[in-house]
Design a protein around this ligand. Structure first.
Ligand code: ZN
Length: 243
């Protein structure tokens, strides 16, 4: 099976539309969204509508839980908090119903999908380096696990002896047969690895290859909408910095 996988859309409709156009030209069986559909940008409902209609496997992230009042907000920074309050007011009943139906973690098609981490998925731990692999490899319920949450692409590999390697992926990444692999697919709506271009991956399960794609979109329009709706200006500015 071939999967198109993306995460952390954060209500960025222009990035999602540009992805939609690209996805039409890429052969795939299923689309997967790893959570944080809302928060930060200005188009929560149109993004949710598109994802509900077009994506086969959808998870919720901490920002989705926050918008529903399902998680503790004390660790949210002021920008995240303000956009969370804005999003709560903006969501339609239909959107709330859809978000409420989404899990934070799921095993399907022989793959472990999670928003933040296989270990305590609703505690929103950050997997930032190989050190974090120690808690998470033992919790994997499949040889391959895709996640998001940090908005930074990353691959961790654990060999059969328990050794863990880490690298920042680019282009095609062949998965090693005798390894367990944790793959962060980066963010579609708010990249934070210094590159403002959104990321998605194509996972060819049979071939055992994950391919990272980056693309351009109308950042200026997304920024204009954020400012127009009165969301923090910083949330618009950071998009062009990829931070
Ligand atoms: Zn996020």
């Amino acid at each position: 099976m071939k999967f198109l996988i993306f995460s952390d859309v954060h209500s960025n409709l222009e990035a999602l539309r540009a992805f939609e156009e690209l996805a039409e030209g890429i052969e795939h069986d299923k689309k997967v969204c790893l959570g944080d559909l809302v928060g930060y940008c200005a188009d929560p409902n149109p993004c949710l509508n598109w994802i509900r209609e077009h994506v086969d496997i959808v998870l919720a992230g901490n920002h989705d839980y926050a918008a529903l009042g399902k998680t503790d907000l004390s660790y949210f920074n002021p920008y995240a908090l303000e956009s969370c309050h804005w999003t709560r007011k903006a969501l339609t009943k239909k959107s709330v119903r859809f978000l409420s139906s989404l899990p934070a973690d799921l095993v399907a098609n022989g793959v472990h999908w999670t928003h933040a981490s296989p270990h305590e998925p609703e505690e929103w731990h950050y997997i930032l380096s190989r050190i974090d692999g120690k808690d998470n490899f033992p919790e994997m319920q499949a040889p391959v696990c895709f996640f998001g949450h940090t908005h930074q692409p990353l691959v961790l590999e654990e060999d059969s002896g328990g050794g863990i390697a880490e690298f920042i992926p680019k282009g095609k990444v062949p998965l090693k047969k005798n390894c367990r692999t944790l793959i962060n697919v980066g963010s579609l709506g708010q990249p934070r690895d210094g590159d403002p271009r959104p990321v998605f991956v194509l996972y060819d399960q049979e071939a055992g290859v994950v391919e990272f794609h980056r693309f351009e979109y109308d950042i200026a329009l997304t920024q204009k909408k954020i400012r127009k709706k009165g969301l923090p200006r910083y949330l618009a500015d950071r998009l062009s910095q990829g931070m």
